[in-house]
Design a protein around this ligand. Structure first.
Ligand code: SF4
Ligand code: SF4
Length: 470
């Protein structure tokens, strides 16, 4: 089977199934780096092991090399030239979700997210894989994600495939089995795309609801815009209801988060520079983001461009303007009136909101302001659901284990809906709930807020309550 995604079927050997040690070369001197990116942070690790019980892969497998401490050891050994990038090392590093739960609990402040990104860039440099894998990555990372127009075209094609009945036919006839590599297994993971009107670019400006409090810029995102356009519109409406003019620059594209997390460092840098230029021109005090990985990544532009004197300060200034939508809205009480949303919900913390941006209280504080909404806590709420960018494609077994664990916890709450704040989590959790036959809705937090601001349908429950003076 060709390897279009994960690093499978590669050639380096590893003694006794362990890591491959370097022979003949002495340990390197100078600052520790992989693919030119600093990994000096490995030296902050004091090997205390406090992070181990919080690491999903260690929790599932119980092996040291699938723990944060083990992976930090591998990254340090690689950077020092003491081991080679053999199959086993790649496998342990590839199995990391990049969820950064280890960062949250680390008493030494190890910047684990930076370390794994550097390691992934080095893996891509040394072991780019088969021609088919390279082609697949080029199509996704360089052609589609980096060019919004191409992504919209591809989305239109996918929507036609899904809405025309072709998808049903392909699944029923077994044609999917003819797809190369793991593509047949990936097909069921495709999100169901909305109609063209919902995928269309947002208006350039949403007016502020009176009285105006300010103006913000908004990231529409790449996949977010074509797969979850209604969430973007809901975000803009809620910001507008709270007195903010929302500017959505047409020239914006992908922020580069998926590239950085997948070892495509050069493209990540290029996209970061483009995003900074576009949003600087748009003005607005803050840049609002409603997708967790993008928000965490854009807040790290200062670090991403730290080695570039022409961009360093500009990137740091830009990063300081970035706000997750919950973080931004929770800074002040929500502007009323809010209509009742009578539902029992629970909240799943996306990794890059909870661990990447340390935002936990704010979404809960927003939900607590909605009348009629009952919020019940979720066990392991900040435990990764297995989505993790493209992880559910490249590591399907571990992704499914974590998905099932998450879904079991959600079902145990008895909630009618699970609320979260990231498209990847929404797709992964919805698929897991569907596979289990659980009738639980999956909502972005902006959808719940938008519902609380919505005009009641004529004769609908909210209007009838209002007439009764409720
Ligand atoms: S990463 Fe942090 S918590 Fe984990 S072993 Fe190292 S110092 Fe301890
Ligand atoms: S990022 Fe997540 S999966 Fe990776 S080592 Fe840290 S806790 Fe474990």
């Amino acid at each position: 089977m060709a390897d279009t995604g994960a690093h499978t079927g590669m050639t380096a050997s590893s003694p006794a199934g362990g890591v491959t040690t370097a022979h003949g070369g002495g340990a390197r001197t100078g600052p520790l780096a992989l693919h030119g990116l600093s990994v000096e942070g490995v030296n902050s690790c004091v090997h205390c092991g406090l992070c181990l019980p919080y690491c999903p892969t260690f929790s599932e497998l119980g092996t040291e090399m699938d723990s944060p401490r083990g992976r930090i050891f591998l990254i340090k050994s690689l950077a020092e030239g003491r081991i080679l990038l053999g199959d086993a090392t790649v496998a342990h590093l590839d199995l990391c979700l990049g969820c950064r739960a280890c960062e949250t609990v680390c008493p030494s402040g190890v910047p684990y997210g930076q370390l794994i990104e550097a390691a992934r860039a080095e893996i891509e440099r040394q072991r780019p894989g088969s021609p088919l894998r390279r082609l697949f990555r080029w199509v996704n990372f360089s052609l589609l994600l980096a060019h919004p127009r191409m992504l919209r075209l591809a989305a239109a094609g996918l929507r036609f495939y899904q809405a025309s009945g072709l998808q049903r036919l392909a699944r029923a006839s077994g044609l999917l089995r003819l797809l190369p590599g793991p593509l047949a297994q990936w097909e069921p993971l495709l999100p169901t795309l909305p109609p063209a009107a919902d995928r269309a670019p947002l208006p350039a400006v949403f007016a502020a609801g009176p009285p105006k409090r300010g103006a913000v810029a908004m990231l529409a995102g790449c996949i977010q815009q074509v797969a979850f356009g209604p969430h973007n519109r809901a975000t803009a409406r809620v910001l507008s209801a709270n007195g903010f003019e929302v500017r959505v620059p047409r020239e914006q594209g992908c922020c580069g988060a998926l590239h950085a997390h997948s070892g495509e460092h050069a493209t990540a840098v290029e996209l970061a520079r483009r995003a900074i230029e576009v949003f600087e021109a748009t003005g607005g005090e803050h840049v609002i983001v409603n997708t967790s990985g993008c928000g965490a990544h854009m807040k790290s532009y200062g670090a991403l461009l730290a080695d570039d004197p022409a961009w360093r300060d500009r990137a740091a200034r830009f990063a300081a303007r970035v706000r997750d939508v919950s973080e931004f809205l929770a800074a002040e009480p929500l502007r009323g009136p809010l209509r009742p949303v009578r539902r029992r919900v629970t909240y799943h913390d996306p990794c890059h909101v909870a661990h990447g941006q340390k935002i936990r209280a704010q979404p809960r504080a927003l939900l607590a302001q909605i009348p009629g909404l009952e919020v019940v806590e979720l066990r392991e709420a900040d435990w990764c659901c297995g989505s993790a960018g493209t992880y559910n494609l490249t590591q399907p077994e571990m992704a499914t284990r974590l998905q099932e664990r998450k879904v079991a916890n959600i079902v145990a709450t008895g909630a009618q809906a699970v609320v979260t704040a990231n498209p990847g989590c929404i797709i992964q959790i919805a698929q897991g709930l569907g596979a289990r036959g659980a009738r639980v809705e999956v909502k972005h937090i902006v959808e719940i807020l938008d519902e609380a601001y919505a005009e009641p349908a004529p004769g609908g429950p909210a209007e009838r309550s209002a007439r009764r003076g409720a």
